[in-house]
Design a protein around this ligand. Sequence first.
Ligand SMILES: [Zn+2]
Length: 513
Amino acid sequence: MKFYITTPIYYLNDVPHIGHSYTTIAADIMARWKRLKGYDVFFLTGTDEHGAKIVAAAKENGKSPQEFVDEMSEKFKEAWKLLNISNTDFIRTTDERHVKNAQNIIQLLFDKGLIYKKKYTALYCVGCEKFILERDLDENGCCHDHKTKPQLQSEENYFFKLSQFQETLLERILDANHKEHIEIQPIERRNEIVGKLKLGLDDISVSRAALDWGIPVPFDENHTIYVWVDALVSYITAIGYPIEKNNPLTAYWPADIHLMAKDILWFHSVIWPAILIGAGLAAPKKVYSHGFFTIDGDKMSKTIGNVISPQALVDKFGVDAARYLTVSLIPFGPDGDISWSGLNLKYNTDLANNLGNLTSRLNKMLQKYFEGNIPSVKHNAALFEKVEQILNEDFTKEMDAFQIHKASDALQRALTLINQQIENDAPWALAKTDMEKLKECLFSYIQSFDLILLYLFPYMPIISKKIWEINGAQGDLEEIAKDYLANPKKYKDGFSKAGAKLQIAEVLFPRIQ
Ligand SMILES: [Zn+2]
């Protein structure tokens, strides 16, 4: 079973911030989850390095465009390393492999008569790097996203016959049973796309005449490929398509999920599928867009000074907590608000009080009553089965629907269940009256907790393994998780064997005041 997931190929006019991190961590969690479920996963991220905005930003920094993108691209690689992102490949649109492939696709479309030359005069927003229609401007005649007036530009450009694809796209998007169905999520945004599609499609320009910093159009050296078209093609470049027809990686196509923020959904759900269909290739199976978020109620901006970097998140919370908090704080899909106070509160509630507290209290009791060994006892599976139900049903359902904030809620519910059971059983009282019962209780807590760690792994790959070891559980967590998800019955007696020695738990999540 193959599974191909992509983040956007990030545009290099900005350093990586929490917006990029949000999408990339979410994709990483999904990739890790699918690997546990036995999928052969290809996870792509990368950087989009051409276009007028890059030239301007390079100039501002006193660099050549190439020097500038080399440096900026490195910053993204560093950020993903910092956040423990498990991407399979990192594509740069200035990579030789990509340049060839983008030219190949444009040539293919040209040969099929889907590209023609036309003189065009229209409003152009440099911020968006795209032509913009008057009806899409705000009341001041400015671009909604950039709050600047677009400029009238006149150019002779190559156009792609996007207008020909309206029917095909509508059919594939609307019919869930279509064998080449294109699923757009969430449903509200899919409806917006469908509404806009029904109004009809204009052909789009796919080249620039006055811009050198781009990939040359193979059939006209005076033009470069429009940066957006170039960037989208990188999703197939990375898996060796279509230049290397026998490359085994091409089996990953079509992509299972293209993940992105909502502002670029149109490119991914309309323009990109049309280009692919035009070139005789399969369109992506699913395009998933999440919302925008504000920081403490304000739009994130350098001027306001509220930009949150991946480094700042890691410095404050540590890598795993930063990963968990970033994607768990707000619903995945709609717009939301992220604030340091919200992150701190969630850290204290979910991690210090629930996960961290369970780790340490369980550890202390086993150290105190059984000298740090897992007691030998027959497994009373009642609690284990309740936890298993939350994880197998709620967690799995939400995760498979990419509702990662709800899946993290399910993890918290499962942890709370154990913490509550401890309160109900009062092991400290049992220690004085019923040692057999005490053994049974502690044994069932630890097995249930181990089970949660298997599902926590995609969010917190380091901490989950650390607690796994603290708990005296056997084997490599990741391997056990794969085996468990394939054969849950094999593990009905749990993961920490009787007699296993626990490690002494350090404080994993010190409370933030
Ligand atoms: Zn704009």
